[in-house]
Design a protein around this ligand. Structure first.
Ligand code: ZN
Length: 479
């Protein structure tokens, strides 16, 4: 939660984010309940105890692991870490919070004054990083607007969250999305967040020049893919309202991802409205220099450092290094492959081929069925000139869905490159003869005609010819 600070804005759009990432601990922030069910299936309101249900007389105890995870994030975001931390009660009446207050940090956050670098190189200031408990989940059975009643599931209540509050320094939906993406990458590198298990929600403060930068807060945006949509919608809405003579007021709206629109919730409350008081049940926790030193020593190599090392160590292109290190799983795989395959060739292939095929199949590198052995095997075939680029592309598309050793498929299905030059020349001659008019067009200087002929030869060889060689031969033969 951020206090409203008056800035002298000049850009068209001003965006600040409050991102809530669930820390991947085994137990909740202040009690021993598990943060998720082992089987993945569970009944609502079964993973609870007197603490996370807020029974009178129950006492919270801080989860040390959550604090350590929070410190790691603070260090990764270059934050100053508070020497003493305490927790406060944020009072509000709502069914998602049985105690009628949420335990959070207000007066002194765990970390402050940090920064995060976007992929463009722009740095976004981090106002604060703090730890708090997650409220329960509210379930609208028939959708947000249509439901006649709301169900409450306290299984989520008390899960540990880390809230990252940025300065209002982003100027487009694209930058907000990139911020979320970079933050998730860092969280994964730090091993404090599991993208498949942990929740990631954001509130976005959005204002536009046309309204004099009146701030509207969008609540409950799930994940980084939705953030761009929600902000784009809200910016358009605000601009349209101003144009139609409506006044933009400070308010809180909710993002309805099913409908792809924001809905008005309430006029914006200020932080003071929550009547924060220090929670007397939680003792002050000192963060000693030793604790910070220990956390620093255990910090992993972060994505931007990794990219720098790749450039220095493997001599690969900077852009390739950045893209590969942006996904920890891809980076780990790349390093294994680069130990056996020329790193420059491997990096180009990772960026161009592996990421293309992952995108094509809407897969991410977390659950790859193939591993470094399959990729090394495939790239060796390419390196040794045994298969054409086209065959290698097709093999990857196949093994990513059904893992198998590429060299075995090549052997079994006779996919080796056409090595016999006279055989290839014969095929080229046949194609030229069959498509004599096209060959004439090429001779007359029509460039596309050459591509057509190459395509025919590639088809005749089932993609097993070297396209460069075919090009050379056709040029030679059509003269
Ligand atoms: Zn509990």
């Amino acid at each position: 939660m951020t206090k409203q600070v008056l800035h002298q804005f000049t850009t068209d759009i001003v965006i600040g984010l409050e991102v809530h990432a669930q820390l991947n601990t085994n137990t909740k922030l202040f009690c021993g309940c598990a943060t998720s069910s082992a089987s993945g299936k569970e009944e609502p309101n079964t993973r609870t105890c007197e603490v996370c249900l807020g029974h009178p007389g129950s006492k919270p105890v801080l989860n040390k692991r959550a604090l350590e995870f929070g410190m790691r994030l603070c260090l990764a975001l270059d934050c100053y870490i508070a020497p003493t931390i305490l927790f406060s009660r944020k009072s509000y009446f709502y069914p998602d919070m049985a105690k009628n207050y949420q335990i959070t940090q207000y007066e002194v956050p765990l970390g402050n004054s940090g920064k995060l670098r976007l992929s463009s190189g722009k740095e976004v200031g981090i106002e604060r990083v703090h730890i708090e408990e997650d409220p329960a989940a509210l379930v609208h059975p028939a959708g947000m607007q249509e439901s006649k009643y709301v169900l409450v599931d306290y299984n989520r209540s008390g899960n540990p969250l880390c809230e990252v509050v940025t300065k209002p320094e982003m100027t487009s939906a694209d930058e907000a999305r990139d911020f979320m993406k970079q933050l998730v990458t860092i969280l994964e590198y730090l091993n404090v967040f599991d993208v498949n298990k942990c929740t990631l929600r954001a509130d976005a403060n959005v204002s536009v020049k046309e309204s004099g930068y009146t701030r509207v807060e969008i609540k409950n945006i799930n994940g980084f893919k939705e953030i761009e949509k929600a902000i784009l919608y809200e910016v358009e809405r605000q601009k349209r309202d101003v144009k139609e003579g409506k006044k933009i007021v400070m308010e809180t709206v909710a993002w309805d991802s099913d409908k792809g629109m924001t809905l008005r919730l309430r006029s914006k409350e200020t932080e003071e409205d929550y009547g924060y008081i220090i929670d007397p049940n939680l003792v002050k926790t000192e963060i000693s220099k030793d604790m910070i030193m220990h956390a620093k020593m255990n910090m992993p190599e972060l994505p931007q450092e990794k990219a720098k090392r790749y450039v220095a160590e493997f001599k690969i292109d900077k852009d390739d290094a950045v893209i590969i290190s942006n996904d920890l799983n891809v980076a780990v795989l790349f390093e294994k492959v680069a130990s056996e395959i020329n790193p420059v060739a491997a990096s180009k292939w990772f960026r161009k081929e592996l990421l293309r095929v992952l995108n094509l199949n809407k897969l991410d590198a977390t659950h790859l069925l193939i591993d470094e052995r399959h990729i090394i095997d495939l790239l060796k075939l390419v390196e040794e000139g045994k298969i054409s680029d086209r065959v290698s592309q097709r093999l990857l598309e196949r093994i990513i869905l059904e893992p198998a050793m590429p060299s075995e498929i090549v052997k079994k299905e006779n996919l080796e490159k056409v090595q016999d030059k006279s055989q290839l020349e014969k095929i080229c001659e046949d194609v030229i003869k069959t498509h004599a008019s096209v060959a004439k067009e090429f001779a007359a200087g029509k460039g596309e005609a050459l591509n057509y002929l190459i395509g025919k030869v590639m088809r005749a060889t089932a993609g097993k010819a070297d396209a460069k060689e075919v090009k050379y031969m056709i040029r030679k033969l059509v003269k």
